[in-house]
Design a protein around this ligand. Sequence first.
Ligand code: SF4
Length: 433
Amino acid sequence: MTQIERALMGEITEEVKAVAASEKVDVNLILRRVASGKIVIPSNAKRKVKTIGIGKGLKTKVNASIGTSTDIIELAMEIEKAQLAEKYGADTIMDLSVGGSITDIRRAVMDSVALPLGTVPLYEAFAVAAEKYGSITKMPEELLWETMERQCEEGVSFMAVHCGINRLTLEVLKNQHYRYGGLVSKGGACMVAWMQYNDKENPLYANFDRVVDILKRHDVVLSLGNGFRAGAIHDATDRVQIQELIVNCEFAERGRGMGCQTMVEGPGHIPINEIEANIILAKKMSGEAPFYMLGPITTDIAPGYDHITSAVGAALSASYGVDFLCYVTPAEHLGLPFTEDVREGVIAARIAAHIGDMVKLSDTDRDKNIGKARRNMDWKTQFDLAIDPERACAIRNKRNNNEERSCTMCGKFCANDMLKGMFEKHTKGTDKD
Ligand code: SF4
C-alpha cells in the first residue's frame, strides 16, 4: 500500500512520524495532508532513503539534477556530483543520465548517497531506442513501460513522467504560431518527435492508469512533467504551457484518487511578475498537490549566472507556496555541469529556499541569531549558522588577522566595535531566548 492509502486508513507510518519530527509539525496534521495528497513522502520499499516530506506547511525542499550526456560520460564525476549535492544540502537527487550504461550509473549513484533518487524514465527509454533502433522515434511503447517497471524495482523514489503532452496540447502549440525558446524539455521534445513520426497519441497520456499502477506498486511519487515549459521569458505562461498544466492538474486529481502520491511540475523561464499567477493556477487546479518548480529562471540575459537568475525566481516561488525547487547551475544552457557548478547550484537554491521559508513559514530564528552574532563579532557563531561555513571562513581568513575582533572592511572604524554593548539591553527586553 502507498503512504496515501495508509494515511487514508488512519495509519501513522514510520515515514509520517519521521516527517513530523524533522519538520516539528504535529503528526496528525502530516497524516491528514498525506491522506489528502497535499504532502508526499518519496519512498520505495526497495531502497532505504532519508525520509523527507514535500508539500503544504513543510520546509521548501531542493533537488539537484546530475547525470551523463551523450558527450560526457564520467561515472566518477557523477558520483562526486551526487555526494557534493548531498553535502551542501540537497534533499533529493535526480539522475538524468542519457549516455553510457544508464542503469549502472543510476545504481552507482543510489549506492553513493542516502537521498531519495528521481528519474525521467523517458530519457532512458529514448536513449536505449536511439542506440538499439537508430532513432528515438522508433522507441517501442513496451520499452517505455519496461523501463518504468525496472526503475521502480531498483528503488527509484520519484519519477517525472510527461503525461500532459497530448494531441490537443500539440495542436495548441501549432496554433499559437510562436515559441521564441522552442521546447527546452528533452523529454517533451523527444515525445513530440515520437508522436509526429508515429502519428500516435502519447502513450503516457493514453494509458495514464498504467503509469499510476506501475508507480503505485512501489509507492513511487508521480511527478507530472512539464514538457512544454517555457524555455524563454517571452514564452512564459503561454497557451500551450497552460494547456499542459490543465491536463497535469486533472491527472494529479486522478492519480491521487487512485492512491498514488502525486505532484505537479512547473516552468521553466518566468518573469518575476508572473511567478505568483503560475503558482496560484497550479495549486488551485491541482487541489493543492505539491508543486515542483524547475528554477524558475527569471531573465534570459545571464548565461553563466543562471544559478542566480533562478535563485531570484526560486525565492519568490517558495514565498508564494512552492514546495520543491529544482536547482539550476551556472552551466545551464551552456554545457554539462561539473562538480563546482553543482556546488554553486545547490547553495544558491538552498539560499532561495530559506528566503522563501522566511515568508512562507516565518522561519527567521537563524537570521536573528546570525544578526546578533555579527553585531557581537562572534565569528564562530556566524560561521556555525552560515549556509556555507567553509566559504565564509575562508574569505575571513584570507583577509584578516584572526586575533582582531573586527574585520578589514572598516578596520579601526568598525561600527560594531565602537558601539559594543549598546544594544544588549534592547535585545534582552524583546528576546524570549
Ligand atoms: S569592521 Fe565593519 S564590516 Fe567588519 S565587523 Fe566591524 S562593522 Fe562589520
